[in-house]
Write a protein that binds this ligand. Structure first.
Ligand SMILES: *[C@@H]1O[C@H](CO)[C@@H](O)[C@H](O)[C@H]1NC(C)=O
Ligand SMILES: *[C@@H]1O[C@H](CO)[C@@H](O)[C@H](O)[C@H]1NC(C)=O
Length: 301
């Protein structure tokens, strides 16, 4: 500490004009400190930027690096209501309006209008076919075309002629899709071993079949005939793989429509639908993995 007996001792300590010292240090010494910190913080910044860069290099723009839902795809359906319960009375449009509204809304994504552009869409056939490979995920060919999916494939469930999707006749439609997973190749069943006997006729090459039946023993024989509409009545493989939002912005999932044509009236029926494939699993925890169940109650005569 410099002497502070004299007047202006502190001032002199701050800047001593005789020795040209600032806070008791010479200019050269300050300069060294400055250089030290410059190098020190420079290195810190360098390490920081380097780490971020290295991390970014390992991340692909197109393929999610950490994808926790790789193989088993979820199965989702429309309309979907609270607790998957759908109760309605065909004579009272109010009771089924929410369902037909959801269906209309969902199907509008599949309007013919939106699939006209030849640069963005192509026809992939109306029968199950092999995977449509549009190059590697990392290949520099940019945006990939999407397969068209005409609504007309869903027959009476297309919403084109019957805008009530069968609800008015007490024959409700449900539309099903497999959730999209980037770069996932669903595999058709290679054996009939793990497939219920009634579903086996649905097995065919290049198709993920879907089959619905009563969930509870006591509903056996009360579900009536279920009609399936879509390509091969299932999920055809030519719609895979999906290249992700960036490379496949127009992608449309193939749909399957289920029509419950003869549900027993005035009772709650529980129906389970399942898809089958070599790399499709079911989980105890996730009720929508590869399957789902719905409850129907059609009231009235
Ligand atoms: C499964 O069964 C169906 C009908 O019984 C048959 O047409 C099909 O060829 C079988 N598939 C395999 C892989 O065994
Ligand atoms: C509907 O199901 C009932 C039995 O629940 C049956 O008697 C009737 O023949 C079925 N109708 C049609 C068109 O299949």
């Amino acid at each position: 500490m410099p002497a502070n007996k004299e007047d202006g001792g502190w001032k002199k300590f701050f800047w001593n004009s005789e020795t040209r010292e600032l806070l008791g240090r010479t200019g050269g010494s300050w300069f060294k400190i400055f250089i030290f910190y410059l190098v020190f913080y420079g290195c810190l910044a360098g390490i920081f930027i380097g780490t971020i860069q290295a991390l970014l290099l390992t991340i692909s723009n197109y393929k999610p690096t950490w994808q926790d839902r790789v193989a088993p795809p979820g199965l989702s359906h429309t309309p979907r209501s609270e607790k998957s319960e759908m109760a309605f009375d065909p004579r009272d449009p109010e009771t089924y309006l929410p369902y037909t509204k959801a269906l209309k809304n969902f199907m509008s994504k599949y309007d013919e209008e939106g699939q006209k552009d030849q640069m963005k869409f192509e026809d992939c056939g109306e029968h199950p076919a092999e995977y449509k490979n549009r190059g590697d995920l990392e290949m520099d060919v940019g945006v990939r075309k999407a397969c068209r999916f005409p609504r007309t494939l869903l027959g009476p469930c297309s919403g084109l002629e019957d805008t009530e999707f069968g609800f008015k006749e007490g024959k409700p439609c449900v539309i099903v899709k497999l959730n999209r997973i980037v770069n996932f190749f669903p595999r058709a069943p290679s054996t009939n071993d793990s497939i219920p006997e009634e579903a086996q006729p649905k097995v065919q090459p290049n198709l993920i079949p879907i089959y619905c039946t009563n969930k509870r023993e006591e509903d056996a024989g009360k579900i009536g005939e279920i009609k399936y509409y879509g390509i091969g009545e299932g999920f055809p493989l030519q719609y895979y793989p999906y290249y992700g939002k960036l490379l496949h912005p127009q992608y449309l999932q193939p749909l399957v429509a289920l029509q419950f044509t003869n549900l027993t009236r005035n009772m709650e029926l529980r129906i389970e639908c399942k898809v089958f494939g070599d790399n499709i699993d079911y989980s105890e925890k996730d009720r929508y993995q590869g399957r789902f169940d719905i409850k129907f109650q059609v009231n009235g005569l």
